[in-house]
Write a protein that binds this ligand. Sequence first.
Ligand code: 2HG
Ligand code: ZN
Length: 467
Amino acid sequence: MSTEMSMGGTVADGPRGTDPADGLLAALRAAVGPAHLLVDAGARAAYETDWTGRFAGTALAVVRPAGTDEVVAVLRACAAHATPVVPRGGGTGLVGGAVPLGGEVVLSLERLDHVGPVDVAGGSVVVGAGATLAAVDRSAADHGLAVGVDLASRDSATIGGMVATDAGGVRVIAHGPMRRQVLGLEAVLADGSVLRRIPGLAKDGTGYALPELLAGSEGTLAVVTAVHLRLVPRPVATTVLLLGCADVADALGRVAAARRAGTVLAAELVRDRGVRMVHQHAGVPLPLPEPLPPLLLLLELDGDPDRAGRADALAALVGDRPAAIAADVADARRLWAVRERHTEAVQRLGTPTKLDVTVPPAAMAEVLAEVDRIAPDAVVFGHIGDASLHVNLLDAPPGLDEQVLRLVAAHGGSIAAEHGIGVAKAHLVHLTRDDADVAAMRAVKRALDPTGLLNPGKVLPPDPPGS
Ligand code: 2HG
Ligand code: ZN
């Protein structure tokens, strides 16, 4: 029998003639207070779409609890009324993971935004799920520390959402993705019980690693309410450069050379036409004169450009390639804008279909060539340091997205590198996870959320009929 709850299903438990949703709304109002229960379409709208606007749905209501106890009360009320819940962070998702499909209660974690005191000796901090990356990073910066993950949407993206999607960003090459920053967490399970794995001991071998399981589960297994985050040393100074490369092999070779020479904090790839797009649609100056090289590699290296020996090392790294080396912080920001403002520039051209993939480095050149063949207008850029690429399709004919993902899967890659599966790719999980894998994931889902209360329709395709 299917464990999925029908979308928007509510139990008609009210007296004759009353709307069955009224009982749930009254319970939610009691749980979070009237000011934080949003039922009007206008008030709900900002919580019903993803960042691109490609995915949107209608919620029964939006709730904004103030703390873990209120999250518990919300989940209990929704469970009692058989109404599914969509947990939501900063709304910066790109695959519809935090968007209602129809009739759910959207549970916004935005008010759980406390940032605890930084443990300077241990290099960590406990924060609420709704704290933004920028707020936590500012707090860490006061102590010479930083969050190990950084991304362009830092002002809005929340730590809870980043854990739920196992966000990546531009520092994965140095510190790994979000999952690796999680020392512990607190989460509310579908039955309202609270999982507290906050202590974050460096070593803890007592059984299943539940925080790691929840990282990347996109709100389908539990609602993350607080996170104990590892912090990393904040670089005192860095060197940022943009290097023209002839092809993928050349760019990968430069990344490897930079790694041999020292600590690489970021290695990002953009292409000539993407750079022109950012110039034209986001007003970012061209970083190199025309004609631009086909590929441009942005490197951020630990240590400042004037340190002893750096000039020679940079000269060796650059060789005879065209390059722009940032002379100061403002310059570095300008070079970073060329890369970071791709998302904004693409959005100005239309609503893109965003594909976010990893490929084995050895297959990257071939995958890129194939993508160019089947989707010549795609805007491709990404994190070459961890072999992940963002393929943005504009005006894509039906099926083109799946064609690109099948290509990636055929080359041994992943169809979801760092944005999650959401609703966009739930039907394609089988491309890179085999039957046993999917069955194990379904078993975990059933064990933790037997009635399908949490974020139905996301990550896993619906149970096959008759199961
Ligand atoms: C980035 O790396 C983000 O900038 C967004 O992951 C990627 O817009 C995209 O496709
Ligand atoms: Zn990215």
